[in-house]
Design a protein around this ligand. Sequence first.
Ligand code: Q46
Ligand code: ZN
Ligand code: ZN
Length: 312
Amino acid sequence: MKCKKCGAKASVNMRQHKLALCKEHYLEWVPEQAERFIKKYDMFTHGDRILVAVSGGKDSLSLWDILVRLGYQVDGLYLGLGIDGGFGYSAESHRLAEQFATQHGLTLHVVDVEKEYGQPVPVLSEMSHRGQGKPCAVCGLAKRHEMNRVARDLGYDVLATGHNLDDEAAVLFGNTLHWSGDYLVRQGPVLPETPGLARKVKPLCRFYEREMTAYALLRGIEYIYEECPFAEGSTSIYYKEVLNRLENDRPGSKLTFYLRFLEARAEGLFAEQGGRAQELHACPNCGQPTTAPGLCSFCRMIEKVRGELRAS
Ligand code: Q46
Ligand code: ZN
Ligand code: ZN
């Protein structure tokens, strides 16, 4: 396989785009594409202050790298979840996020859930009795809450996450299987700012996961290879496997599935669901929006854990 641009030996062959590129041209192509998506979906401009959520994985570190190379004002946020899994998952991912920031002279904000709320995510999950034996429900709640809190408290214009096409297609697949109209209407590359919630964007949503792996490897970014120990056996991983089988037989299916969805959504296919938007209230404790009056789910969860600790 030869590079389409220079004829040298190709390092990356993307059957889904009928495109093969050498290392040098691949490392140019990825940021160019990212810039194209940022503009196409009107994500942010060079005047905006961007906060990128970094987990220490290939997607978020590559995203940070790409945005810096494109000249955006972008700082990182690392959330310490306190997950060990027998190999120090959180400690190692924190180390790699810090290492990347130091190597590139970038600002990384660090929030440690245990320091902030008294317990790490797995303990919060156990004590609050949420989620069926897995901390993912509490983890997701904590991540959303904390990313939003930091973005707003520190005055960032936009919060960027490293979700790639495989992530987005898996979520879309799940939402479609269940015809979850409310979720479908809100799934997209941009979630606009609403009272109490920062603007959220996903600049990598059109890149295949393996394109991001190739980018991180060719760019020499050191990232954590291991998945979170709690990810094993999750529904989203199962959906990803199903979609990979489809993609293998029909290259490009994943991208078509996602892009056709975005087009249908832009044409208002799910607008009815969006029209039924629930009335939101501000949480009296943290100010973030909640559907029912009173504390938001995150603050309720923290209250419950504190109550249990007082009682014990
Ligand atoms: S939700 Fe669950 Fe993830 Fe949190 S506990 Fe791990 S697998 S990190 S994307
Ligand atoms: Zn080339
Ligand atoms: Zn709250």
